[in-house]
Design a protein around this ligand. Sequence first.
Ligand SMILES: Cc1cc2nc3c(=O)[nH]c(=O)nc-3n(C[C@H](O)[C@H](O)[C@H](O)COP(=O)(O)OP(=O)(O)OC[C@H]3O[C@@H](n4cnc5c(N)ncnc54)[C@H](O)[C@@H]3O)c2cc1C
Length: 392
Amino acid sequence: MEFTIPTRLRDLAARTRSFIEQDIIPFEKDPRWGAHGPDEDMRQEMNALARKAGVFAPHAPTEFGGLGLGHLDRAFVFEEAGYSILGPSALHCGAPDEGNVHLLEVVANSQQRRDYLEPLCRGERSCFAMTEPGGAGADPMMMQTTAELTEDGYVINGRKWLITGARNASFMIIMAKTVGLGEQDGATMFLTRLPREGIVIERDMNTMDSSFAGGHSVIRFDNLVLQKEDILGAPGEGFKYAQVRLAPARLTHCMRWLGSARRAHDTAARYAASRHAFGKPLGEHEGVGFMLADNEMEMRSARLSLQQAAWVLDQGERGTTESSMAKVQCSETIWNVVDRSMQILGGAGITDETPVERIFREVRGFRIYDGPSEVHRWSLARKVLKQAGRNA
Ligand SMILES: Cc1cc2nc3c(=O)[nH]c(=O)nc-3n(C[C@H](O)[C@H](O)[C@H](O)COP(=O)(O)OP(=O)(O)OC[C@H]3O[C@@H](n4cnc5c(N)ncnc54)[C@H](O)[C@@H]3O)c2cc1C
């Protein structure tokens, strides 16, 4: 066991930290940052600064201009990126693009690597369309969108919602159930460039968060016609590929949001050290001091848990259980840390005088997307019971 952080990684994390502090935090007051994320002009401007600072696309393969970091290495850099909720957009390492890079790296054929993976690594935006109103959600098996094989190709019909980044994305990964392939029928992933006839963005959803470029949309597939070459991987293997995407993608969410939780905690700690009440600094009242101590301890445990899960992925294993446990631990810790930080800040915490209220709105969704906490616990409990049954 070795806990020493290699110097090159320590340096890159430090560089990312100062880049976020000096170049990106000032954008938090930019009027181009609206309810549905930073606009395209602002995103491109931040990306250009990240390229100049040598911190752009840390996860992307070096052949496509990225820094080629492995899963564990990302933990150090992504946490620093998350210190501003605009950081992941600036470094182009936010959801859903970063998860899509990993999926395409593993599954795409050489043509698709050229057409989709390379432009994505170099700065294009993408989206991943799986969740449906009334259909696929916590239980993806409820998928209703169909891709029917006809003489013209695959004809896709259905509706999706909560699709992050769909507005102005350059391409989309679609999950649909094939019909007409016999034994190969099942969940299948398709790739298509946007905009395209047959794909209608019905509306943008108003959500608590605002850091994801493009927001979250409701999409309709209206006799969208795609071809065999547009299938990502093999037909019927969509759920398997979704797992390939999900384990690392949920860990990188943990990393980024942990950085935001640390920012909230730092803000609260500074306030608790300087603000006085009842004759002494707030932090010297046990009720406040203990909240700060709990924040420190829980962030440390969450960080170690996600780093260990990332290490498992680096060993070439699927890491389903480890990433699932880390996801629950991190999403709940992050929520508790930000909530305590808000409490320590008193009335100011509720206002936009500090970054905490925005972080608070941003992190709530993380206990739901990438698998709700209850589903992870339920699945873990089933494994525990299965093991207990074997040992009985
Ligand atoms: C900000 C945000 C961004 C998103 N981005 C995308 C995206 O880009 N692409 C995409 O495809 N989807 C996206 N989603 C959708 C997300 O993946 C789903 O919201 C999530 O999978 C849950 O599905 P659902 O909303 O349909 O909830 P439901 O399936 O309706 O579940 C509701 C609740 O039921 C409970 N529950 C469900 N199953 C169980 C169980 N077995 N045991 C106990 N309790 C259970 C849980 O508390 C759960 O929260 C996003 C969601 C959010 C909030």
